[in-house]
Design a protein around this ligand. Structure first.
Ligand code: HEM
Length: 330
């Protein structure tokens, strides 16, 4: 069984464990990754830019963050579609209303993934290689007097890094292109001056589409919030996506505003103790993901008759199934 993940822990264990993650994801390391992210974004786009059409999700939004996280988690780049099958199964398995067969299928996929990752943990224990996972495998948590166990590492691989760290960015990239296709004036303005507008656009995508729509919390004490009594033990459904469209917080909350002064103050990466560890990396992936698109694509539209714009049925994550676009290259 996977152990308890970072995201599922409370203080003081959360704080103690988070310290080794913060060290592994330190700003200097993320800066080092920036040039890799940039190069990969252009490489992926250049592979299909002459075709004039693509399935944006499959050809771009999935591989960009997944390859980056694979490289940092000791996995081989050629295995990304195998890994994607495992993370899709995990993601489906944490949804609701599954049949018994589906639960068994999702569990078997998770076990397959554990066999694959187990070999990587053992290799990195023998020969640390400076990647994020190498740090997570080999760093002792001082208060615990030990490194993470295999079971704890397995929980991290699925939940916090491969799903938390690639599925989410994939969904933000696809959502951004969908929003641009529906808001041509925003596209024109964005490409007229990416240096000025792109960072705000990235925040607006995460705010409006909220790849993580919400997560649950358990009340540890009886509490009253805004006149609502919440008993100890109650499950709270914290909807980041709803807060992100709060009209008291964001003027015209349903619009993409490339000049929104408080664009970055959304809840798309949560807030407080569990604030997204990967937000700086996600922001670099979104920046370069959209920048390469703007630099290579003159104009685009949704491919007629091919898009249903349906999302995977899931309670927590908002994931477009596919996005077919036709475009003219620059
Ligand atoms: C657009 C992309 C992303 C979005 C929208 C997103 C969103 C979130 C949210 C909402 C949480 C909070 C969970 C909570 O409050 O319980 C979270 C936590 C977390 N995220 Fe992200 N994330 C993204 C990208 C990434 C990346 C690239 C990584 C790393 C590779 C990552 C790693 C994590 C981890 C490890 C946590 C748990 C932090 C903790 O509990 O202390 N995320 N993320």
């Amino acid at each position: 069984m996977p152990g308890e993940s970072l995201a599922a822990r409370d203080d003081p264990e959360h704080k103690q464990m988070r310290a080794i993650f913060d060290a592994a994801f330190r700003p200097g390391r993320i800066n080092e990754l920036d040039s890799q992210v940039q190069a990969l974004a252009y490489e992926l786009l250049d592979a299909f830019v002459d075709d004039g059409h693509c399935n944006f999700v499959k050809q771009y939004a999935v591989p960009l963050p997944l390859i980056i996280i694979c490289r940092q988690m000791g996995a081989r780049q050629e295995d990304i579609w195998q890994i994607k099958e495992w993370t899709d199964a995990w993601f489906k398995g944490v949804g609701f209303g599954l049949t018994e067969e589906e639960v068994i299928w999702a569990t078997e996929k998770e076990i397959e993934a554990q066999h694959y990752f187990q070999a990587i943990f053992e290799r990195l224990r023998e020969a640390p290689d400076g990647t994020l996972l190498s740090d997570l495998v080999n760093t002792v948590i001082p208060e615990w007097g030990r490194t993470l166990t295999d079971n704890e590492l397995h929980a991290e691989m699925m939940q916090d890094t491969f799903v938390g760290g690639s599925e989410t960015t994939t969904n933000a990239l696809s959502a951004g292109i969908m929003l641009l296709s529906q808001n041509p004036r925003v596209w024109e303005k964005l490409k007229s001056d990416p240096d000025r507008y792109l960072k705000t656009f990235c925040e607006e995508v995460v705010r409006l589409e909220s790849p993580v729509q919400g997560l649950t919390r358990t009340a540890k004490i009886d509490i009253e919030l805004h006149g609502v009594k919440i008993p100890r033990g109650a499950t709270l459904d914290v909807r980041f996506a709803a807060g992100n469209r709060d009209p008291e917080r964001f003027e015209c909350p349903n619009d993409i505003d490339l000049e929104r002064p408080n664009a970055a103050s959304h809840l798309g990466f949560s807030s407080g103790t569990h604030y997204c560890l990967g937000a700086p990396l996600a922001r670099r992936e979104l920046y370069w993901g959209f920048k390469a698109f703007i630099d290579r694509i003159e104009n685009f539209r949704l491919s007629p008759g091919r898009n249903k714009l349906r999302h995977h049925p899931n309670y927590g994550l908002r994931a477009l199934k596919s996005l077919y676009i036709d475009f003219t290259a620059r």
